[in-house]
Design a protein around this ligand. Structure first.
Ligand SMILES: Cc1ncc(COP(=O)(O)O)c(C=O)c1O
Length: 397
């Protein structure tokens, strides 16, 4: 059996198991939506959850206990998804807010001033770490090789006793290349041997890939809810390894970061003994409703089943792209790519627009067209994408 046939067969087995998922996302009745690396689709229970929030507002006005509880439910679910404890999860207003709170807690004095940033990073991550230059940090970048991957040795060669933190984006938002679990573990090992931390930005993978922060050994993990986690904008999370919490005191803080939120004490900063010390103000309540339901969908189907379905579908799509002679920008090995496939374009903006005219939704970054697959996609979406690309072949590189 060819690899294409076996991927098809595997993908149809997985798809059968999750077929009803498609019906829960009404947008798919019209659109081949392959854009979850930009924004995930609105699912039935997410919509219902947002409506519940609205209805309750109309009915009772305010219900702080319920709202704080909703943020707690998000915390629990993120912890389950990442293999962490609830005390290790901060619910933040964005991924940027989590990274900022963490950066504010790091000390760059005493010769520990280096920050090693991978070139897979989303702008916000690069920019926040560069902003630490005013606090004495020196940022160095680690680049991809010709194949588009960043081998772990590129980090091992650079990590030393001056390194405070190594910054990794699990899946690159520009081309979809991924740090394999083995790469992450080996980078973590070298970093820890030299007393450095590792943060993993999993915004482009959480909800689509199995991530076990304990198994990977990372110190911090950050992400948001509006892509593969099926929630909405205005909310993110930060995982902080339990052992590190007591010694990390963020200077970016607020009343929801205190040990006793009800203390209302303006005379001291008394940070929570949990990862909540990386939170700040009032939780993003409507976003908590959406995130709670979005995470609920992921946990309901199970991240293993979702990841397997996406992996089979992206393999099927990739093999079809290669057979068509399309210029694939994503590394082709299964362990080196995530849920997003990318193609080099002559004019990515024009191509994405032409695809939309055919009701095929993708997005672009860095001259590449990006197709981000999720549990609700199936081979019919791939077929529609390929047909639309064939009709606009001159816009591909
Ligand atoms: C990998 C990655 N990190 C961070 C962000 C931005 O996060 P936020 O806007 O929540 O700060 C994105 C957004 O697309 C992203 O893809």
């Amino acid at each position: 059996m060819s690899s294409l046939e076996s991927a098809c067969e595997q993908s149809s087995i997985q798809i059968d198991g999750l077929q009803d998922a498609r019906r829960r996302f009404p947008t798919l009745e019209r659109l081949a939506y392959i854009n979850s690396g930009s924004y995930g689709l609105l699912g039935d229970t997410v919509r219902a959850s947002l409506e519940e929030y609205m209805d309750h507002r109309v009915k009772v006005g305010a219900d702080w206990d319920l709202w704080v509880d909703r943020a707690g439910r998000v915390r629990d679910k993120v912890a389950r998804l990442l293999g962490a404890q609830r005390d290790e999860i901060a619910v933040t207003a964005s991924a940027s807010a989590g990274i900022n709170a963490l950066a504010s807690a790091l000390d760059f004095s005493g010769g520990r001033d280096r920050i090693l940033v991978s070139n897979y990073e989303f702008p916000t991550s690069g920019q926040i770490w560069h902003a630490q230059a005013r606090r004495g940090a020196v940022v160095e970048h680690v680049a991809e090789d010709e194949s588009g991957l960043i081998p772990p040795e590129h980090f091992a060669d650079r990590i030393d006793e001056r390194t405070r933190i190594v910054v990794l984006s699990h899946v690159c938002y520009r081309h979809g290349g991924k740090f394999s679990n083995g790469s992450i573990r080996s980078i973590v090992e070298v970093a820890h041997d030299h007393g450095a931390y590792v943060i993993l930005d999993c915004f482009q993978s959480a909800g689509a890939e199995v991530i076990d922060v304990k198994e990977l050994g990372v110190d911090f993990a950050v992400g948001g809810m509006f892509k593969y986690l099926l929630g909405t904008a205005g909310i993110g999370f930060l995982y902080v390894r339990r052992e590190l919490i007591p010694d990390l005191v963020p200077t970016a803080s607020g009343w929801f970061a205190q040990d006793d939120i009800g203390a209302m004490n303006i005379f001291a900063n008394d940070p929570s003994h949990t990862a909540s010390r990386f939170e700040a103000g009032t939780p993003p309540v409507p976003s908590c409703y959406a995130a709670d339901a979005g995470l609920g969908i992921i946990l309901e189907y199970g991240i293993e089943a979702i990841a397997a379905r996406i992996s089979a579908l992206t393999r099927y799509a990739l093999d079809r792209f290669i057979a068509e002679g399309f210029p694939v920008a994503t590394p082709v090995e299964d362990s080196s790519r995530g849920p997003m496939l990318t193609l080099e374009a002559r004019d990515a903006v024009a191509l994405v627009t032409r695809l939309i005219e055919r009701n095929v939704v993708t997005s672009y970054r860095d001259g590449n067209v990006r197709a981000g697959f999720h549990l609700y996609n199936d081979r019919s979406d791939v077929d529609r994408l390929i047909e639309a690309l064939r009709a606009n072949r001159e816009l591909l590189a």
